[in-house]
Design a protein around this ligand. Structure first.
Ligand code: PLP
Length: 820
């Protein structure tokens, strides 16, 4: 990184007032003169004017971090699901009023202008959004943390619905440029691929290793500012873009192949071209492994170059002064890559290098789903990263010697724990590599960490109990409450003061207001206004009219069998069936909304999207349901959609099969905004229920133990036959009522439900779910009770701030404090 200087010459002096700056960017930077001005130009000019106000603190924060002697943390993640940046920056810089006034000059409102920004959708779902919330909290707490990721040219695909089916469209989010990024050519790094390993003796006769005949790609960093909340701190997210290396082009040029050399540039740029759209399932594609290694190598070289610039080749303190937090196993190549850089490039011995590596790597596990555990084939890995493969073998040999010491003569234990899964096609177990190479392994909710210790990683836990720890996820209240729910923000400021924006534990002070009838009245009005905003968005996107006096019942998240959008849909079919039969006693009107993307190759998930849309159309076409039931699929669910959805939600659906959802974070956003949860004892739901009070949570279903036991003898067909409600639901689904023009398309869904080996046990939980939903309806019928429970949910949400989570990472894993 170019050495930033600590200066006392703030460029703030160069800035005029906000309205003038906006006009200058419009007229001069963007060359816009005539009015009315296109809102997209106003967006870009506003973003540039805001960025101008960030730059000074940004440079000063970078200089502080650069010159500081304290430990630094690097958050390595293949995903950062940032969403929009404009309003976040305006809020954190405290320039709301100026920005409003400046935009008003052009007859526009900030909300309209902000909508011009494409979401930075550089992530799939919870894991990527967590990384974005974490960076926000790190900046808020002034922690010396840099995020490292990939600058995908195409982010998460845009989802369109045609004939009820998901269509994927490319997300060219950089089309109009990105006002938030700054390219840093001077910090470009070279990344090796392919080639072979060469052992040789250096001038001193020392045995050395080098990676020869490799194909180099250049990694160019683009920095994005991460502003803290009104605290003069602006941290950095550094995203790498792949380009052809100049050296490679030169050989092609010399061979007279001009066009081939230019074409090569395109091939190189493939590495950072597109985000893989699989959530919670591994991919196995060579390009994906290239992305992982590309991120890791560029980032580690970047950190080492800064160290060498300040400390020369003395690495004795390197381990103590750095921490790399691995967001899942996606960046787990960091373990062998740091070894390679220290040994091959900087001449350290194996033992020294291993001590450093295991002193500074920390691994976060995000899932127990077997299909999501990354395994790379040894043949692919050796071909692409031959030197890393050698190092992994060496790490494994030494590790298995330790296993042998702990369990002498136990060959089965060595086979089970090996980093290499043997067989016809051996694979590297990336989670095991991450555990062996790290000093900390954490899960993301209490239950999840327990299941890691007792199940998936039990042998490793027995070997190294102190490595394992829990860090329950959180979300930033600045985006997920202050920004997205201005009505509630105002009410909170008036009642408990404004400190909650930095310290969400203060939100417990709301507790006594739950019993204040006039406060509940205001609470209700705010929710109503938020529901109106969502109803407009629903109408615009689906043509379905949501009635704002009905209950808003919402499930938005990636479409996955374990999340059980199918269970939700079966309940909707049950309500529809009751309406058709005239059995509407005690029913309250509901508007049910489901949204989320299915991975393009996940056929069952895409079929579930189709079912939701077909049930939605059937209900829409039936006048008898008009008063009591609306059901929509909300297309293209993303961060900016959630900002409208979660403040308007009254019932949050968190209904995964127990033991499958590691934590969930959507559940926390809803709770903060006063939704009540209907949910299973899974992930962070357990902690949500404890913090809200069990009487303020609608619990149903098997717990994680019950799930395991039920699997041994599960007979869904008997459950169906014995329950007339469930029988009628299945009858409607199987009779083709929702797919008259496409007979049989949903058969694979109904036979899955009836299969004794259904891993998701949907039918096992259906009766409990229907009954819990009935309780929800009865409670909703009494608004005073409902609103009291709603307030108690918000009041209990303090634990779920990512500020709390990050404070625990800082204290218990990273051992860092705020920048001086
Ligand atoms: C919060 C969030 C998620 C995670 O939702 P879960 O319900 O925890 O799976 C996924 N996508 C987006 C856009 C989000 O904002």
């Amino acid at each position: 990184m170019s050495t930033p200087v600590l200066d006392s010459n703030p460029s703030e002096e160069l800035l005029a007032d906000f309205p003038l700056e906006l006009r200058r960017h419009l007229n001069i930077t963007l060359g816009c003169e005539s009015e009315p001005v296109d809102p997209s130009y106003v967006y870009r000019a506003t973003a540039l004017a805001v960025r101008d106000r960030l730059v000074d603190s940004w440079r000063r924060t970078q200089a502080k971090m650069h010159h500081s002697d304290q430990r630094k943390v690097f958050y390595l993640s293949l995903e950062f699901l940032i969403g929009r940046s404009l309003c976040n920056a305006i809020q954190n810089l405290d320039v709301d009023e100026e920005a409003h006034a400046a935009i008003h000059q052009y007859g526009l409102r900030l909300e309209e202008v902000a909508e011009q920004e494409y979401d930075a959708g550089l992530g799939n779902g919870g894991l990527g959004r967590l990384a974005a919330c974490f960076l926000d909290s790190c900046a808020n707490l002034k922690l010396p943390v840099v995020g490292y990721g990939i600058r995908y040219e195409y982010g998460m695909f845009n989802q369109r619905i045609s004939d009820g089916r998901q269509i994927e469209e490319p997300d060219h989010w950089l089309r109009d440029g990105n006002p938030w990024e700054i390219e840093r050519h001077e910090d470009a790094r070279q990344i090796h691929f392919y080639g072979r390993v060469e052992h040789y003796h250096d001038a001193n006769g020392k045995a050395r290793t080098r990676w020869a005949d490799c194909h180099d790609i250049t990694a160019v960093p683009f920095d994005m500012p991460i502003p803290g909340y009104r605290n003069d701190t602006v941290n950095t997210l550094r995203l790498w873009k792949a380009t052809a290396s100049d050296a490679f082009n030169l050989t092609e040029f010399n061979a007279g192949s001009y066009t081939e050399a230019v074409a090569e540039k395109n091939l190189a740029e493939n590495i950072s071209m597109v985000l893989y759209p699989n959530d919670a399932s591994e991919n196995g594609k060579e390009l994906r492994l290239k992305q992982q290694y590309f991120l890791v190598s560029a980032s580690l070289q970047d950190v080492i170059a800064q160290w060498v610039e300040q400390h020369g080749e003395d690495f004795s303190e390197f381990g103590a002064k750095h921490c790399f937090q691995l967001n899942d196993t996606h960046p787990a190549c960091a373990v062998p890559e740091l070894m390679r850089l220290l040994i091959d490039e900087h001449g350290l011995e194996w033992d020294q290098a291993w001590k450093i590596t295991t002193q500074c790597m920390a691994y976060t596990n995000h899932t127990l789903l077997p299909e999501a555990l990354e395994r790379w084939s040894v043949s692919l890995f050796s071909h692409l990263l031959p030197r890393l493969m050698e190092i992994v073998y060496e790490i494994n040999a030494r590790f298995l010697a330790d296993v042998e010491k702990k369990w002498p003569g136990d060959t089965e234990m060595r086979r089970k724990m090996s980093l290499i899964e043997e067989g016809d096609h051996p694979h590297i177990r990336m989670a095991y590599l991450a555990i062996v190479g790290s000093f900390s392994v954490n899960g993301v909710a209490g239950l999840h960490t327990q299941l890691l210790k007792n199940g998936l990683f039990h042998d490793f836990y027995t070997l190294w109990p102190k490595k394992f720890n829990n860090k329950t996820n959180g979300v930033t209240q600045r985006r997920w409450l202050a920004h997205c729910n201005p009505g509630l923000r105002q009410l909170l400021d008036e009642t408990i003061g404004s400190g909650w924006e930095n310290d969400l534990s203060l939100i417990k002070n709301l507790h006594p207001y739950a019993s204040d009838a006039s406060f509940r009245e205001r609470w209700r009005e705010i929710k109503k206004a938020n529901k109106e905003r969502l109803a407009e968005a629903v109408m615009q996107r689906t043509g379905i009219a949501f009635d704002t006096s009905a209950m808003f019942d919402v499930q938005v998240k990636r479409i996955h069998e374990y999340k059980r959008q199918l269970l939700n849909t079966l309940h909707v079919i049950h309500l529809y069936d009751r309406i058709m039969r005239g059995d509407t006693e005690g029913m309250v009107p509901r508007c049910v909304l489901i949204g989320g993307k299915a991975a393009p190759g996940y056929h069952l998930a895409k079929l579930i999207v189709k079912l939701i849309n077909d049930v939605s159309s059937t209900i829409k076409g039936d006048r008898r349901a008009d008063e009591l039931l609306k059901f929509v699929f909300y297309p293209n669910y993303r961060v900016s959609s959630m900002e409208i959805i979660c403040p308007a939600t009254e019932l949050s659906e968190q209904i995964s099969t127990a033991g499958k959802e590691a934590s969930g974070t959507g559940n926390m956003k809803f709770m903060m905004n006063g939704a009540l949860t209907i949910g299973t004892l899974d992930g962070a739901n357990i902690e949500i229920r404890e913090n809200a009070g069990e009487e303020n949570f609608f619990l149903f279903g098997l717990d994680a133990d019950g799930v395991q036991k039920t699997r041994l003898d599960y007979r869904p067909n008997e459950i169906i036959a014995a329950d007339p409600d469930i029988q009628r639901i299945m009858q409607l689904l199987e009779s083709g009522h929702f797919n008259r023009s496409e007979p049989g398309i949903f058969d694979v869904l109904s036979s899955g439900l009836r299969n004794p080996h259904d891993p998701w046990l949907t039918i096992a939980d259906l009766r409990g779910y229907i009954d819990a939903q009935q309780k929800v309806s009865e409670t909703y019928a009494d608004p005073e009770t409902w609103d009291r429970m709603s307030i108690l949910n918000t009041a209990g949400s303090g634990w779920f701030s990512s500020d709390r989570t990050i404070q625990q990472y800082a204290d218990e894993i990273w051992n860092v404090g705020p920048m001086a």
